[in-house]
Write a protein that binds this ligand. Structure first.
Ligand code: ZN
Length: 284
């Protein structure tokens, strides 16, 4: 005779909630707050889209860490999250991801699809964003027009933009340059770990004359810094980064600007040129 540990009442309650496709916000309003994170995680993993949507709409905390939880890309689940955000913002009663539009969107380390990205261009609740964090979201094979449309809509409000590790190419930065040049409130940008040439970086910097509030700016070292095997040529790295900064100073006075190589495959560190220049361990 085998003895099995019976499921806890909490586990049974979670299972019942996940099975209930008619779950709505009024039911979730009575759910103890401490149950939300674990139930939401299970709903995401199990792709219970109705529950995900209802939970986002009833989310009781000021922060919803969606990016870290969505390890496996799924369009329906992502759309359910966005639909839940819309419902959450439209609820009649709020205290005074509360009536204001979304100010921060953080979707990080996520394998985004073109369909996911397209949502950015029509979700009006995003159109007053102050902070957009998409670090680690791989964009190199996507059409960035939806991101361009979002940036057009937040050009007067956006203060920080993190596109670190997105592996964008020249052609993609070209799409974004005209609209980025209009984001007059930008004070912090990160473009580390993208695949930009010297000429496109220069083109971008030349279009930043109006970004007078820029305080911290981080760019990928140009591709010309690497040799044919992909290793950094330190002489070229220092020379090209110095050239970029000198040319930028002719149009604008940068405050805290840096260029960084990719992580060195030998020592696991990167070389950074700018304020606090430092080389990876191989070159010290
Ligand atoms: Zn190294």
């Amino acid at each position: 005779m085998s003895a099995q540990t019976p499921p806890t009442l909490l586990k049974l309650a979670r299972q019942a909630l996940l099975r209930d496709e008619t779950l709505d916000m009024s039911a979730l309003d009575k759910l103890p707050m401490e149950l939300f994170p674990v139930l939401f995680k299970e709903a995401l993993i199990g792709r219970h889209t109705a529950t995900v949507k209802a939970m986002v709409a009833a989310w009781p905390f000021p922060c919803l860490p969606v990016g870290a939880l969505m390890k496996t890309p799924d369009l329906e689940t992502f759309q359910a999250v966005l639909a839940g955000v819309d419902m959450w913002l439209q609820r009649k009663f709020h205290p005074r991801c509360l009536m204001t539009p979304l100010e921060t969107l953080s979707v990080t380390h996520y394998q985004i699809s073109q369909s996911d990205l397209n949502c950015f261009s029509w979700c009006q609740k995003l159109f007053q964003l102050k902070h957009l964090d998409m670090k680690g979201v791989i964009l190199f094979d996507l059409d960035l027009i939806p991101l361009q449309v979002l940036l057009e809509n937040v050009a007067d409000t956006l203060q920080s933009l993190d596109l670190k590790g997105c592996r964008m190419k020249d052609s993609q930065l070209t799409v974004l340059i005209p609209v980025l040049s209009k984001c007059s409130q930008l004070s912090k940008v990160s473009f580390y770990d993208n695949e930009f040439s010297m000429s496109i970086l220069m083109d971008f910097l030349q279009h930043t004359a109006n970004l007078s509030k820029m305080n911290v700016e981080q760019y990928s070292a140009p591709l010309e810094c690497y040799d044919e095997l992909g290793y950094v040529s330190i002489e070229r790295f220092v020379q090209l980064c110095a050239e970029q900064i000198d040319r930028l100073r002719a149009i604008r006075q940068p405050k805290n600007i840096s260029f960084a190589t990719h992580i060195c495959p030998r020592c696991g560190e990167r070389c950074v040129y700018g304020l606090g220049t430092r080389l990876c361990r191989c070159w010290r």
